[in-house]
Design a protein around this ligand. Structure first.
Ligand SMILES: *Cc1c(COP(=O)(O)O)cnc(C)c1O
Length: 469
């Protein structure tokens, strides 16, 4: 499988190189040159497979030529073996034909484990084979950091530096990062906000001199391998609900358009999906595009669903590429105009094409809490605020009551106690067994000034298993 850039100017890469690449050299994102397509018979024959075996069948075409089948199988068995639920991504029924797919049974209790547990193992295999070491620098407002650290902690050839805004992540989220101890794990609390952290990561990718030749790898969802891993659970859910003989709809709480883009790919690979709902919080650039063809940057609002607090949606470029007939030059011009003017609309027929599949809703904090309370009253289930946004959007935007609706349950509610409390739910939430002593564990973290040079100096001092690069 070869991968091409959405802006058409960067060289095509194989899977191994795309795994180690961040943005393409032309500023675009990598996508498969040709998407594999499965027949209905083929998909139907996968019914009842354990999650890791289904994962092998869905993802195999993407890694062919880079990872031997026997190795890939073993990696997948290990990856999904660490999940605390034997079904890995169980479905829970809320209402007639309405389901939540629980994607929070991984080590850090959010769906990002599906991709980052795999990414860590894939990196380990590829780097070992090449005899290379890499450095990862990532910024987090909460969930990505812990999932990336959990995914990479056993990688001998990776040093991972995660920047979070000092005193601005929840205690559970901070402890999930800082209590994982290892000489290759480095938590940095920046005296600034999330944007400051993200700017430092971007600047470090742009000018890598301080790394003394060591390669920098991206762990955010611009990394293709993360999207790839998320395609699998759409197949998993559909197969349990009568697919592919029957269509399924999905409602996806989204910020950077990563998770929902994986659903779009699943459909293009042959899975009958009749509707994808983009569920955003008040940071609603994607909803403004889907409802009114306006993709315009606005100011950032802090919400009860912080993992979706974004101003621009990095993976949306991957959908725009398809909507523009995969014309890299057209995309480069469009993204350039966005950079200059902070917004754009697309031609009417391209927008209409998107609307055949996608609907959307923006849900504010008050509605999020109302939905948590409503679902608790109806079912006794406590939803996390991101999942609640997905449920609200599903109920408002659903096209057909005959078609099963699956809401992606992106996080465990125990990670977001503030929203649960504001929803008026008195029930105390328990951390799962593997995290029950989280508040007693030793923490390790370095606080640094909001200063790029200081951060880069720290990385070069510690980037080789705690020693200088
Ligand atoms: C990251 C995250 C999201 C948003 O995912 P995208 O791929 O950016 O759309 C939603 N919910 C939770 C809990 C998350 O951690």
């Amino acid at each position: 499988m070869r991968y091409i850039s959405t802006r058409g100017q960067a060289p095509a890469l194989n899977f191994e190189d795309v795994l180690l690449a961040g943005l393409a050299s032309d500023g675009g994102l990598y996508v498969p040159e040709n998407l594999p397509r499965f027949t209905q018979e083929e998909i139907a024959s996968w019914a009842g497979l354990p999650y890791h075996e289904l994962a092998f069948r869905v993802m195999r075409p993407f890694v062919t030529g880079s990872i031997p089948d026997s190795v890939f199988k073993k990696i997948l068995e290990e990856t999904y073996g660490v999940f605390a639920h034997s079904a890995v991504a169980p479905l829970r029924q809320l209402n007639g034909n309405e389901w939540v797919m629980e994607l929070f049974h991984g080590p850090t209790l959010a769906f990002k484990d599906f991709a980052l547990q795999l990414l860590g193992r894939l990196l380990d295999y590829v780097l070992e084979k090449r005899g290379e070491r890499v450095v990862i620098i990532g910024a987090t407002s909460g969930d990505t950091g812990s999932a990336a650290i959990e995914g990479c902690k056993r990688c001998d050839n990776v040093d991972i530096f995660i920047l979070h805004p000092h005193n601005r992540v929840s205690e559970v989220q901070r402890r999930q990062m800082t209590t994982i101890l290892g000489e290759n794990i480095h938590n940095i609390a920046i005296e600034g906000n999330f944007d400051d952290c993200q700017e430092m990561v971007k600047a470090s990718f742009a000018d890598q001199g301080f790394l003394k030749g060591t390669r920098l790898v991206a762990v955010n969802s611009i990394n293709w391998a993360r999207i790839m891993a998320q395609i699998v659970y759409y197949f998993h859910a559909a197969l349990q609900l009568g697919g592919p003989a029957r269509s399924v709809a999905f409602s996806v709480p989204t910020g950077n358009f990563g998770d929902i883009f994986a659903g779009y790919l699943a459909r293009n690979m042959g899975l009958p999906i009749n509707q994808l709902i983009v569920a955003t919080n008040r940071n609603d650039i994607l909803h403004r595009f889907m409802s009114g063809n306006q993709y315009v940057k606005e100011t950032l609002h802090a919400t009860l669903s912080p993992s979706m607090d974004i101003m621009v949606s990095s993976n949306f470029e991957r959908l725009l590429f398809d909507l523009h007939g995969r014309n890299g030059a057209a995309l480069a011009a469009l993204m350039d105009s966005f950079k200059q003017g902070g917004g754009f609309s697309v031609e009417q027929e391209r927008w209409t094409e998107a609307r055949k599949l996608f609907d959307s809703l923006a849900v504010d904090d008050a509605q999020t809490c109302e939905t948590i309370a409503e679902v608790f009253a109806q079912t006794g289930e406590v939803l996390d605020p991101h999942t609640a946004i997905g449920v609200k959007a599903a109920r408002e935007c659903r096209r057909s009551l005959d078609i099963p609706m699956v809401v992606l349950g992106t996080a465990h509610p125990v990670k977001f106690p503030e929203a649960v409390e504001q929803a008026g739910i008195g029930k105390a939430l328990q951390l799962p067994a593997h995290l029950s002593d989280l508040f007693e564990r030793e923490e390790r973290c370095t606080v640094l000034a909001n200063d790029l040079k200081a951060v880069q100096a720290f990385v070069s001092q510690h980037g080789n298993r705690g020693k200088p690069l």
